[in-house]
Design a protein. Structure first.
Ligand code: NAG
Ligand code: NAG
Ligand code: NAG
Ligand code: NAG
Length: 307
C-alpha cells in the first residue's frame, strides 16, 4: 500500500513539474522584424498572437508589412504601451509631395477586424481631388452637412499651404474657395468608417497625426502616416497576462480561433500552471492530465484515512 501511495504521489507531483513551468515558452512567439518587436497581440507565426490579428503582419527582408483589404502598408512603429502603430503608404500625400491618380491605398479594414483595428480619433484623413458626385458631398453617410473639418488642429486650410501643391499644377493658397467641392476635405475615420478612394471618387489622400501633447506649428511639421489603435477584449488581456505569468506564450487555435496558451510541449486553454490552479477552483483543463491528478489525490486521501 505504501508503495502504491508513493507512486501515486510521485505521479501527482510530476504533472506540474513536467507541464507546469514551460521555461522558455514565453519567448516562443515574440520575434523581431528589422528593429521592430512583434509581440502579442501581433505575431508573424501562425498560431501565435490574438486570433483577430492573424494574417495581418508579414516580414520581408527586415521590413514589417501590414496587410488589410485596402492593401499593404509598411509598419513604422508599434507602441505596445499606448496600443498604437504607425503605417506608411508610399502613395500617401505628404506636405512635400501630393500624389494624385487614385494610386493610394486609403484605409479599409475587413469587417471582422473592425472592433480590433481602427485609425485613432486624432488622425486626420485629407481626401484630395474628390468629384462633385462623391458620396462625401451627398450627405454621406447620413448627415446633410458636408463632413469636412479639422481634426486635432490639422486640416485642409493649413494643408493648402504645402509646397507639394505646386508640382500638381494647383496654385497654393487659391484652393478651396471656388463654388465646386473643396479640393481637400479633412475627416476623422469615424465619420466615414473606411477610406476607399474609388468609392469616394477621390484622386488621392493624405493622413497625418500628432503625438500629443506636442504642438506643431504647421503642415510641414505634421507627421504623415496612418496611426492605428489596436485593442483586444479585457478577457483576452487577462488570459494572456496569466498565460505569460506562468511562462507561456499567447496564441490561438488555427482552425477554430479559440485562445490557447502555448506552454512549450503542450497547449493549455487557460495557462501553463492550469493543473496547480485547479485545486483553488480553476476552469477548463486538459481532461487526461486532470483526471490523472484527481485519481492520484483521491487515492492519497483514501489511503491516509485508512492509516
Ligand atoms: C529602425 O530602423 C530604421 C531604419 O531601418 C530607422 O530609421 C529607425 O530609426 C530605427 N528605429 C529604432 C527605434 O531604432
Ligand atoms: C499548440 O498550438 C500551436 C498554435 O496553434 C500549434 O502550432 C502547436 O502545434 C500546438 N502544440 C501542440 C503540442 O498541440
Ligand atoms: C472600394 O470600392 C470599390 C467600388 O465601390 C469596390 O469595388 C472595392 O471592393 C472597394 N475596396 C475595398 C478594399 O473595400
Ligand atoms: C480649421 O482651422 C483653421 C485654422 O487652423 C481655420 O481657419 C478653419 O476655419 C478651420 N476649419 C474648420 C472647418 O473648422
Amino acid at each position: 500500500m505504501a508503495r502504491l501511495m508513493f507512486i501515486l504521489l510521485f505521479t501527482a507531483s510530476l504533472v506540474p513539474l513536467v507541464h507546469g513551468s514551460g521555461a522558455g515558452a514565453a519567448h516562443l512567439c515574440r520575434t523581431y522584424c528589422g528593429n521592430i518587436t512583434v509581440d502579442y497581440p501581433f505575431a508573424l507565426q501562425s498560431g501565435c498572437g490574438h486570433p483577430s490579428y492573424r494574417d495581418l503582419l508579414f516580414c520581408f527582408n527586415d521590413v514589417l508589412m501590414f496587410h488589410i483589404s485596402s492593401g499593404s502598408y509598411r509598419v513604422l512603429t508599434i507602441d505596445y504601451a499606448y496600443r498604437s502603430m504607425t503605417l506608411h503608404d508610399p502613395h500617401l500625400s505628404t506636405c512635400d509631395s501630393i500624389v494624385l491618380g487614385g494610386r493610394g491605398n486609403g484605409f479599409v479594414v475587413e469587417h471582422w477586424r473592425t472592433p480590433y483595428l481602427n485609425p485613432t480619433p486624432d488622425n486626420v484623413f485629407m481626401l484630395l481631388g474628390c468629384s462633385a458626385q462623391s458620396p462625401l458631398f451627398q450627405g454621406f453617410p447620413t448627415s446633410k452637412h458636408m463632413p469636412c473639418r479639422n481634426v486635432s488642429g490639422m486640416g485642409c486650410q493649413e494643408y493648402y499651404g504645402c509646397e507639394g501643391w505646386t508640382s500638381v499644377g494647383l496654385a497654393r493658397g487659391g484652393l478651396g474657395y471656388g463654388s465646386g467641392p473643396p479640393v481637400c476635405c479633412g475627416l476623422d475615420f469615424e465619420a466615414i468608417k473606411g477610406v476607399n478612394l474609388s468609392k469616394l471618387e477621390c484622386q488621392g489622400y493624405s493622413s497625418a497625426y500628432t503625438l500629443a501633447p506636442l504642438r506643431v506649428s504647421g503642415p510641414s511639421e505634421w507627421r504623415y502616416g496612418i496611426r492605428v489603435k489596436f485593442a483586444v477584449e479585457v478577457s483576452s488581456d487577462s488570459f494572456c497576462k496569466a498565460c505569460e505569468a506562468t511562462g507561456g506564450s499567447c496564441g490561438h487555435d488555427v482552425e477554430r480561433f479559440g485562445t490557447l496558451c502555448i506552454c512549450g510541449s503542450w497547449n493549455s486553454t487557460s495557462n501553463c500552471d492550469a493543473i496547480i490552479k485547479l485545486s483553488v477552483g480553476g476552469t477548463s483543463l486538459p481532461v487526461d492530465k486532470l483526471s490523472g491528478l484527481l485519481i492520484a489525490s483521491s487515492a492519497f486521501w483514501l489511503t491516509s484515512f485508512r492509516n
